[in-house]
Design a protein around this ligand. Sequence first.
Ligand code: G3P
Length: 220
Amino acid sequence: MNKPIVVVNFKTYESAQGFSAENLAKIMEGIQTSARLVAAVSSFDLSSVVRAAPELEVWCQHLDPIVYGSNTGFLHPLTAIERGARGTLINHAEHKVGVNHISKLTEIIPEEFVLCACAADVPEAKILSSFGPAFVAVEPPELIGGDVSVTSVDPAIVSGTVEAVNGVSNVGVLCGAGIKNGKDVIKAIELGASGVLLASGVTKSNNPEAALMDLVSLID
Ligand code: G3P
């Protein structure tokens, strides 16, 4: 079985930008766990985070399906890879894109580059799984940033996504929104997910190291 994956989305939280992003990444790198810990960082911080925490798996939060050329302001996948990104989120609830965007992106990125396509519900997760991303992350938008975990409030969206996605491919399923602790992570795994995608449980914690240790505490 693959290692359970815990992806921390740094978003643009002050605690996870610039020098603070480097510090948080170093904390993540130092956590002793059998889980696969991933930091999804601002593109501005990609290079410096990779330098600061070379052992940590680092993803982008978004990429555009463009090639070298005249694309002012866009996020170019091959440059992200050159700067150390090993994967990316796409279609996050806070940065929605169309299916064309995702489809074109899959044509540009190399096979080993991890694509984690975010979905708001089971039907969207099923559609996105047809593009063959490594992961589909289901996150009910109304629960994002809240205090209650999707795994407690809406376990059916997690198990339903696992069922729907397994029917069309062997894409891994992550769940997110309100994930805060080890119990939430284990519940996600019990529901059939490969892991979790979270942000505020770590980025808004007074003690991110303790929060991270708690998150992975029940993983063997
Ligand atoms: O990308 C993770 C996210 O949208 C969930 O955020 O703060 O509810 O863990 P949060």
